[in-house]
Design a binder for this molecule. Sequence first.
Ligand SMILES: [Zn+2]
Length: 374
Amino acid sequence: MIWCRSCVLPDTRPNLRIAEDGVCNACRAHGTKRRIDWAARRRQLEAVAASARQASAGGYDCVIPVSGGKDSTWQVVKCLELGLKPLAVTWRPPGRTAIGQRNLDNLIRLGVDHVDWSIAPDVEARFMLAAFERHGSTAIPMHLALFSIPLTIAVRFRIPLVVWGENSAFEYGSRDEADTGFRLDAAWLRTYGVTQGTVARDWLSDQLSAKDLIPYSAPSEAELDAAGVRAVFLGYYLEWDPEETRRVAMAHGFSSDAAGPRTGYYDFADIDDDFISLHHWMKWYKFGFTRLFDNLSLEIRNGRMTREAAIAVIRATGDQTPHADIDRFCAFAGIDRARFLAIAETFRNPAIWQRRADGRWHIPDFLLPDWTWT
Ligand SMILES: [Zn+2]
């Protein structure tokens, strides 16, 4: 396990590579981002918006996939500024929080029509449990639904443009979107969609029928092409930074969680869903770091924090085991806590973790040599 000497992420993180000089590709990509001509990108975005307005033929100009998060508010604000008529679309998380609902209501009041797509809770519970057992991630159904539903709506309603927020491939990977064009395609989903390389039909079983899986099934490339739907990431055209998107969102009525961060470092992220923390927490078992490390690395790259200060925050915060959310998920999925923890245990990565003589698990190569293992 090797840690980037610039941020606080290890080479166990998917899509992260650390070069000979000890710096990871995410830190390196961030350095190159500063040399981007953002004014030119802005003009490109205006051209994309103009062509969508032309192609929409009197219908909605774009679909904006939204949650109750701050990026959603930012996406809506930017699309309205561009003179687009959006249809906002949400996959309704089964664990939607009160603050998530409040922020979603606020976002709709900014002046967009909205579809809140709910999936039958028993289907979602069966799917989440199956995904947790097979891949140690309760979030695979979520990622399939939130990528598929907006595309399905765009195809069915002939809406020419889907406007996503940040492209995680751009933030954490080395690929520029110049290579991939405007397409959020099957290749992108497999690599960056956080679905463990699966698509809906891979989950067909005695427990999950083809009809159960309808909302998780994305239109094919051919269907997208026939309907003339293309997707863009706003983060390609407008400099994406969590503090800046938060500032814009707050100025338009978004509120953060007064109780502090639910997981990670930000009190404005991952606050719309009770179950997302479980997905992030499993990184601890699989890769030896938590959501906090991701967030702090972004703070370091954006020059708001030193690496030493980030390490101090990690020391003070601990592993952020989401006890309350684990209990809520167990109630939702109909399992007990012991079963949940037993499944989690099967995903503890033996290449990272070692069991000590006293029975406690520890990571020999951990970032903080003085960490207290419990
Ligand atoms: Zn780094």
